[in-house]
Design a protein around this ligand. Structure first.
Ligand code: PMP
Length: 399
């Protein structure tokens, strides 16, 4: 096969998407108006497909902190943490993350993707066993694969499936790593973390939880599903990202194990990349203070989640099992999902279209998400737009 022949499948996907009136992978956010609105396709549009759960991207003191850091420390570090890119602010953010979780050790990475990759390749090696939820994010899968460990996938959110695999591992279970997420980002369903922790208690092993979408949203103190499920003292590694509730970019890992301090010497995705720039660290630190001190933001995103989930359920749409700020609306037919997504965009509502193979179980989904920045009227507009597109393109779905 010639070097470039492997792109035939990608070209097929591009041509298929390119034949649609609007290519979902080509939608450009032309101008951002606020945490909940932007100009898209030339029109003011409600952003109902972001990960900006607490709406902090336009918070005045986060912006001011970023501007100050730009003026004082420049646009970038131009170096990696282990060579020439560790600034005092990186260490301060690590100390603040450790204190936030009540864990002794924390490490900051340049993205959420590299936090997962970098933590997993540090922890795992050839001959190790890793048990991975079948719907885990690509960065978790890539990290496990890159590590060379033996990967055992278990059915999504199924503690019995996990226990069965742990049993089969015999002695190896004691040193196995269990890798799951908290809130899953496509359907908005939550991991049964207490039951996973119970499997770990029975068979041994270590529990690694990616809280990318749960941080700031779950738990009395905003520490995520690990807090709301009461398992913070039973998890071994919590990984998260700055690119969702914290409104910037970057990632982290916190742990009660001092081995985390050795990741720095063993993690190639940490060592061989530039450290986050000063303005990013500054806005992240300011946003973390909002998460820690403003429970009202969480209350607001939950009010919005209940309003939207309830109204979409009343329309008879097929939703995920849990009310959450992420709502996956499932469609049996890809073309119907496509037409509804396009109709929503035409009506000034931006959502995310998830087509096979990215959607679970081969279906198609429209992913809708709410933020604390949405007003009740904006949510009514989103619901009204759904009612219209479903009546037009998927009348069978409506109650
Ligand atoms: N983990 C999960 C569960 C995610 O959904 C994402 C991004 N969507 C990541 C990790 C990677 O985070 P980032 O985009 O900040 O690199």
């Amino acid at each position: 096969m010639a070097l470039f022949d492997k792109f035939a499948a990608a070209a097929g996907t591009r041509d298929l998407l390119g034949s649609l009136p609007v290519n979902p992978t080509d939608v450009v956010i032309e101008r951002v108006l606020s945490a909940s609105e932007a100009i898209v396709c030339g029109r003011p549009t409600i952003m109902a497909g972001t990960n900006n759960y607490l709406g902090l991207t336009f918070e005045a003191d986060c912006i001011a902190a970023g501007q100050r850091a730009l003026a004082e420390a420049g646009t970038g570090t131009t170096g990696s943490r282990m060579a020439n890119g560790t600034y005092r602010a990186h260490l301060e953010l690590e100390a603040e993350l450790a204190a936030f979780y009540g864990m002794p050790y924390a490490m900051v990475f340049s993205t959420g993707y590299s936090a997962n990759l970098g933590s997993l390749v540090a922890l795992l090696g050839a001959g190790d066993a890793v048990l991975l939820d079948s719907e885990a994010h690509a960065s978790l899968f890539d990290g496990c694969r890159m590590s060379g460990a033996d990967i055992f996938r278990f059915k999504h959110n199924d503690p019995d499936g996990l226990a069965k695999r742990m049993r089969r591992l015999g002695e190896r279970a004691r040193d196995a790593l269990i890798v799951v997420e908290g809130l899953y980002s496509i359907r908005g369903d939550c991991a049964p973390l207490q039951e996973f922790a119970a499997v770990k208690a029975e068979y041994g092993g270590y529990l690694f939880v990616d809280e990318a979408h749960s941080l700031g949203v779950y738990g009395e103190g905003g520490r995520g599903l690990v807090e709301s499920e009461g398992v913070l003292d039973q998890v071994d590694f919590v990984v998260g990202t700055f690119s969702k509730s914290l409104g910037s970019i970057g990632g982290f890992c916190v742990s009660p194990h001092d081995v985390l301090t050795l990741f720095r010497y063993a993690s190639r995705p940490y060592i061989f990349t530039a450290s986050p720039c000063p303005s990013v660290i500054a806005t992240t630190r300011a946003a973390l203070r909002h998460i820690a001190t403003r429970p009202a933001l969480r209350e607001q995103v939950w009010r919005n989640a209940h309003q939207l989930y309830g109204a979409l359920a009343d329309l008879g749409l097929s939703l995920g099992p849990d009310v959450s700020p992420v709502i996956g609306v499932a469609f049996r037919e890809r073309d119907v999902a496509l037409r509804c997504w396009q109709g929503l965009l035409d009506a000034g509502v931006y959502t995310n279209l998830i087509l096979p193979p990215a959607a679970p179980e081969g279906g198609s989904l429209i992913r809708v998400s709410v933020t604390a920045a949405h007003s009740s009227e904006q949510i009514e507009t989103i619901v009204g737009a759904f009612r219209d597109v479903v009546a037009r393109h998927a009348p069978g779905c409506a109650a």
